[in-house]
Ligand binder design. Sequence first.
Ligand code: ZN
Length: 67
Amino acid sequence: MSDETKPVTQCNQFGCTLSAVFRFTWPGSDEAGICEAHVPKLRAICDAMGLYVQLIPIGAEREEQRE
Ligand SMILES: [Zn+2]
């Protein structure tokens, strides 16, 4: 038996059962996770709303992506 805490979160998008690869903080909400497939969708929503969301990679310390 292992009581090791797993840092992996599940994607918070409705109906999605994939593992989250990024964490993000939605204004006014707690931190949530999102899978790779939903990242573009999240970005599109934020763009449409004029919001900025910071995506933090889970499980790997990576440098921020530059666009
Ligand atoms: Zn997802």
